[in-house]
Design a protein around this ligand. Sequence first.
Ligand code: FES
Length: 64
Amino acid sequence: MYVCICNAIREKDLRCAARRCRGSAEAIYGALGRTPQCRQCLDDAEDIIADELSSCDTGMAAAA
Ligand code: FES
């Protein structure tokens, strides 16, 4: 599923980038070499990033 139509960013790519680069959706788009254009996707992108990071944190806690 595409999260950002303007930049053709898929949810799986956003989640992968969120694990490598912490920060806002704009920062993670930048890590992917993209820049928000219409910005309509940013709220959903932030939700996906938060979900991904919470699952990472949960996984790290379980591994400790
Ligand atoms: S849909 Fe992401 S910037 Fe337009």
